[in-house]
Structures are given as C-alpha cells and as structure tokens.
Design a binder for this molecule. Structure first.
Ligand SMILES: [Zn+2]
Length: 413
C-alpha cells in the first residue's frame, strides 16, 4: 500500500532547504520518494497536506524511560520499587511515541528496564520509540551516582540502583563486559558531579582518566560507543581524551576543554532545557532549594558553553533528560526551543539536532532521522511550521499525525 502526502511544506532535515508544495510517498514501512510533486511516483492513496508541515519523527538522545515525577535522587531509587519504575518506563515510552519521539537513546536505568523495553518495543509488543539502550550509569564512590549520605550507605550499593559504582580500571572493564553481556548498545558513565546531587557538585571531577580510558577501551573492543556525563571542565577534557563518543551536559566548557572536544570529534548533548527548568521553574515544582540554587548559579554559564560549542562546529544532539519535577516527559521539543531562544541557533539548525544529528550519533542514522527515499517512514505532520515559530513543535495541539514505520501511531491522516 502506497500513500502520498501532497502539497506539504516538507522539511527533510538532511540539511537541504525545505520543499514548498512537496510530496512524500510512503510504501509500506519505508519512504519511497521525497521531493517536488512533479517527480513523484503514483500512489494508491493521496492525503492533501495543504498548509501542513511534514518532517522526520523526533530523536531524543538522552532519555531515562523510568523518570516520572521525581524531584530528587532519593525518590528515583528509594521511594519507588523496581516494579513501579518499570511501569513508569513503559507508560513513558508510549507517551514519547504519541508525542512524536519515534527514536531515542536510553542513557541510564535500573535493573534491565531499558533493555527489556527496547526489545519489547522492537518486537511490537508495546508502543515506544526505536531505542538504543545503555544500562546503569557507571560511576565512582563520591561521584555523580553515589547518591546516599555516608550515614546510610558507605561504599555499599544495592542491586537495582540507577548507577553501578566501580573502583579502578579493572572494575570499570568488568562493568562494561557485564553491560555488553546484558545487551547494552551504549555504555553510560560519569566523570563529574551535577547540580542535581547535593553530595557531588557540577564542578567536581569524579572518575579518573585511567578509569575512563579503561571503560572506553573495553567498550571499543566490543564495538560499543560511550556516553559520558561531564559537567566540569576537567571531566570534559578527560572524557574527550579517553575517547568517549558523546559528552552529556558540558556545563563548564571553556576554550581548553572545547579544544579537547574538537580534537576528539565528540558530539555534545546539552540537556539545557532540563537544567534551565531546574533553575527557573524548579522552586515552583518542589525541587529541593539547594538544587534550584545550583542550577541558577550555572545556567548562564551552561548557555554560553553550548553557544561556544555550536559556533565552533561541534555536533549538538538534542536530549531531554526529562521526567524529573519541573521538566516532565516528553522534553526534547522544549530542548529544541531552548537552542533557538537562548543558544542562537536558527529553527532549522535546532530541528537538525533532534533529527539528523541525533539519529546519526546514536547509531540509527542509516534508518531514521531524515526524510529520504529508503529510510523508515517515521514522520511528523504538523499544522504550524516550527520554522515559523519554534514553540509550535512543543504544542501537542499542533500535531496532526505521528507515523512510525509507516503506521499512524497518534493523530490521523
Ligand atoms: Zn540523564
């Protein structure tokens, strides 16, 4: 069965200009044609998309499926049993898809949630984005993922934690081996603290270079890329030199750390929407005051860092980190808006961060991320164009239809 979407403004997100009065032909689960009406092959069904905008389904490069209405680290791990986290994750996967997130990268979970969900989605058992999944965030004692005060746990961890804490290069290698055995597509680790963890601030380096290098070497040997949470200047330098594929957050990026990122060819996933929401909306939504203050103190610096990276030609990939209080799922739409409103990207550049760029970097670039013949038909049909008003992307009322693999999964054509 072939379907032609005609008379649309088509944003292919390849980097090429939008096509006015364009046609997209879908054949089964794939795109058969993208271009002007004149060259389009005949189709069994024609859908008039006059006044509408057609673009690829969105790709969120920084998802934690299980994040749902939690205001702090205690709530993530302690107040919810694993079973509830799985339920939250399953419902969030469906929500993301309904809102147009047709692919994503999962960068930190409890137990096997991310892996089980990825496989259930791929098998068509539950709705959700096509997923590349990491397992736990590999961390160190006193680091990002050592959430609990010493009077509760001192160098002890329980199994279904969000993080897996290692000491030294050999434990780092063991963690990677285990994650690969368990089916992880990506390895996630951390090299700095964060404004979100009062026990380990954003400007503190955590994992040693030797540990980071061991993670990357072991992952590379097993053909797995590494995503590294790195907010402090030193952590960005160490992660880049160790050879990670993506730097998450990059709050304290300066000339020297930018140099290291450029030399290594890392992409940056800023999650600037979330951090901005913590700073400016957190107080109204139950964030602990210390977390709000931390993010207010770094927000302008974070914006300047991402602007500097973008201007220097670093590949920026949109990731939401959403689901925490003040920044509910889905969040990648708002992330894209922040790039236009505060970083200074054009709307078209910002859309590429959540389509082509994100798909390429997370490892789905051959199949999704752009509208091109041969790719999977993951498609958004919107009323108002985000090129005219970027906030239109974040408005659920603006969505006409979401297609994944040629199937309408939300709205209607
Ligand atoms: Zn995260």
């Amino acid at each position: 069965m072939t379907t032609a979407l005609v008379n649309a403004t088509v944003i292919p997100c390849t980097g090429a200009e939008p096509i006015a009065g364009g046609t997209v032909v879908i054949d089964g689960d794939r795109i058969a044609y993208v271009g002007p009406a004149a060259g389009a092959p005949p189709a069994a069904r024609t859908v008039d998309c006059a006044g509408r905008t057609v673009l690829p389904g969105l790709v969120d490069a920084h998802v934690h499926f299980m994040y749902h209405e939690v205001s702090d680290n205690w709530s993530i791990e302690v107040t919810k049993p694993l079973e509830e986290a799985m339920l939250d994750a399953t419902l969030n996967a469906a929500l993301l898809l309904r809102r147009g997130v047709t692919s994503c990268r999962e960068v930190g979970t409890r137990g096997m949630i991310s892996i089980v969900l990825r496989d259930a989605i791929a098998a068509g058992r539950i709705p959700g984005p096509r997923t590349k999944a990491a397992k736990q965030i590999i961390s160190v004692w006193g680091g990002l993922g050592d959430f609990h005060p010493t009077h509760v746990f001192k160098r002890e961890q329980y199994l279904p934690a969000l993080t897996e804490i290692i000491t030294g290069p050999w434990e780092a290698r063991n963690a990677v081996r285990q994650h690969v055995k368990d089916g992880a597509d990506w390895i996630k680790c951390e090299a700095s603290g964060t404004g979100f963890n009062p026990l380990c601030p954003a400007d503190r380096d955590t994992m040693s270079f030797e540990e980071l290098k061991a993670i990357v070497d072991e992952a590379t040997e097993k053909n797995r890329p590494v995503a590294c949470h790195a907010e402090s200047k030193g952590s960005i330098i160490k992660a880049a030199r160790a050879g990670v594929t993506t730097i998450e957050h990059a709050v304290y990026l300066d000339d020297e750390s930018l140099e290291a990122v450029l030399a290594a060819g890392c992409a940056i996933c800023p999650t600037l929407g979330l951090y901005s929401a913590f700073a400016w909306e957190g107080a109204d939504t139950g964030m602990p005051p210390a977390v709000v203050a931390n993010h207010q103190a770094t927000n302008a610096r974070h914006v300047a860092s991402i602007r500097k990276a973008h201007e220097a030609g670093v590949t920026i990939i949109a990731g939401s980190d959403a689901g925490l209080t003040a920044f509910p799922q889905p969040g990648v739409h708002r992330e894209v808006c922040v790039y236009v409103e505060r970083v200074g990207m054009t709307p078209h550049e910002a859309l590429l961060t959540a389509t082509r760029n994100a798909a390429q970097v997370i490892g789905l670039g051959d199949e999704v991320g752009t509208l091109e013949a041969g790719k999977l038909a993951d498609i958004l049909v919107l009323r108002e164009s985000p090129l005219d008003r970027i906030r239109a992307l974040a408005d659920p009322e603006n969505v006409v239809a979401v297609l994944q693999g040629g199937v309408v999964v939300a709205g209607a054509l």
